[in-house]
Structure formats: C-alpha cells, structure tokens
Design a protein around this ligand. Structure first.
Ligand code: ADP
Ligand code: 5GP
Length: 210
C-alpha cells in the first residue's frame, strides 16, 4: 500500500475550510485531519483535543523547543502548530492527512516535505467572505477586520499553491478536493514500490517464468 498524501489546505478565515473538511471526512474514508495546538481561546462548542489542543503560550513554546511540531506560526496574536507524531503515523498507515493551516506554515511544509500538495480555498468573492465571517458570528467586529486584512496579505501568496479550490457550492467543493487528492495519489512517483514489483514480475513474463 502506498503512503498517504499530505495535503495542506489554506484559505482566508471564513472561506469555509472547516466546513469543507468536516464534510470531506464524513463523505470519504482514508482521510485523517491533523489537530493543531493553539494558544487562542476556544470558540463556543469547540472541544479540546478535537478542534484544537488548547494550550498556554508556555506549553506551546516547550513543544517548539522539543521539536514536537512539524511547523508552527503566529496568526493574529496567537501561536498555531502541527504536532508531528500524528501526521507521520497516519501517513504510514496509508491515510491522506489534511493540515488546515495558514500560509506561513504551508510554505514551511513545502520546504520540508516537497511531495506535500498545497491547496488554497477561497469563497467566490470578498463580499461573500465578509458575509460568511459575519454570519458565523464567532468573532468581534474588530477581530473580523484583522482577519480580513490578513486575508488581503494571504491573497498575495495564492500562486505558491498547487491548486485553487473555489468554495461556492459546498458539495461540489468537497468532491473536487477529493478528486485532487485521489489524482495525486495515482502519480507514478508516489507508487514506486508497486511499479518495481510489476516491472519485476513482467521481466519474469519475458523469460517465460509466469
Ligand atoms: P473557515 O474554517 O475557513 O474559517 P468556516 O468553515 O468556519 O470557515 O465557514 C465560515 C462560515 O461560512 C460558516 O458560517 C459556514 O457555515 C459558512 N460556509 C462554509 N461553506 C459555505 C458555502 N459553500 N456556502 C455558504 N456558506 C458557507
Ligand atoms: P482559527 O483561529 O480560525 O481556527 O485559525 C486561524 C488560522 O490559523 C487559520 O488560517 C488556520 O488554518 C490556521 N491554523 C490552524 N492550525 C494551524 C497550525 O497548526 N499551523 C499553522 N501554521 N496555522 C494553523
């Protein structure tokens, strides 16, 4: 069995990444979603260990010092980071692992793990983005404005991603994401073990062994 695909999904806050991931995991097997550590406070309904590992600044700094994070970044006054062990374990098991992380972290992953696939999710327009962020109702107007200005910065880095995914109709977006990752998994470079075996067997065929 080939190793899973490491897929990095980024996009403006409010683009719908969380919603898309939840539906992807409900709709298809073979995916594992990495749970990050963060110093931000939980939103109503968020559960420690499921949505994030909510930790203090000191705890996250200790994890950084111990090299337990595959990447980390600061985003609007908080730390966010990806615990390394879960990701490595799930990829070995053949699961496709999704990291839903911001752009600085995505670039660090690309540097460290060139075979990772980078996907950028956007809403169909900025007007729709504001509507979704305000509609979610989980942030103050001030935080919404900081997140929108951060979105403007992140838009400049979109070309560094491998794929663009427009989240207009949710279901179509989820299916498209699944198609991207499934196609990646079929790439010849990711299937060298299988290729070697078939080549070996076919050599036997030429010699008349089979
Ligand atoms: P993100 O994780 O990117 O910050 P969320 O998943 O929290 O974004 O989505 C932001 C808001 O937009 C939520 O209220 C969500 O229900 C809504 N939303 C997500 N996808 C769509 C979509 N395709 N069409 C309309 N609304 C959406
Ligand atoms: P939120 O506070 O809305 O949950 O997340 C804010 C931003 O941090 C989002 O862009 C999200 O993708 C990103 N993020 C979440 N976890 C991580 C992580 O482990 N590393 C990095 N670099 N960014 C993360």
């Amino acid at each position: 069995m080939s190793k899973g695909v490491l897929a990095v999904v980024s996009g403006f806050s409010g683009a719908g990444k969380g919603t898309v991931m939840k539906k992807l995991l409900e709709s298809f097997d073979d995916y594992a979603l990495s749970v990050s550590v963060t110093t931000r406070k939980p939103r109503p309904g968020e559960v420690d260990g499921k949505d994030y590992f909510f930790r203090t600044k000191e705890e996250v700094e200790e994890m950084i010092a111990q090299d337990q994070l595959l990447e980390y970044a600061r985003y609007v006054d908080n730390y966010y980071g990806t615990p390394r062990s879960y990701v490595e374990e799930k990829l070995e098991e053949g699961k496709n692992v999704i990291l839903e992380i911001e752009i600085q972290g995505a670039m660090k992953i690309k540097e460290k793990i060139p075979e990772a696939v980078l996907i950028f999710v956007t809403p169909p327009s900025v007007e729709e983005l504001r509507r979704r962020l305000e509609g979610r109702g989980t942030e103050t107007q001030e935080v919404i404005e900081s997140r929108l200005s951060r979105a403007a910065e992140e838009a400049e880095g979109m070309e560094d991603y491998d794929y663009l995914l427009v989240n207009d109709d949710l279901e179509e977006c989820v299916n498209e994401l699944h198609r991207i990752i499934s196609s990646e998994r079929c790439k010849t470079q990711r299937n060298t073990e299988f290729i070697n075996r078939i080549q070996e067997e076919s050599r036997g065929l030429m010699k008349g062994d089979l």
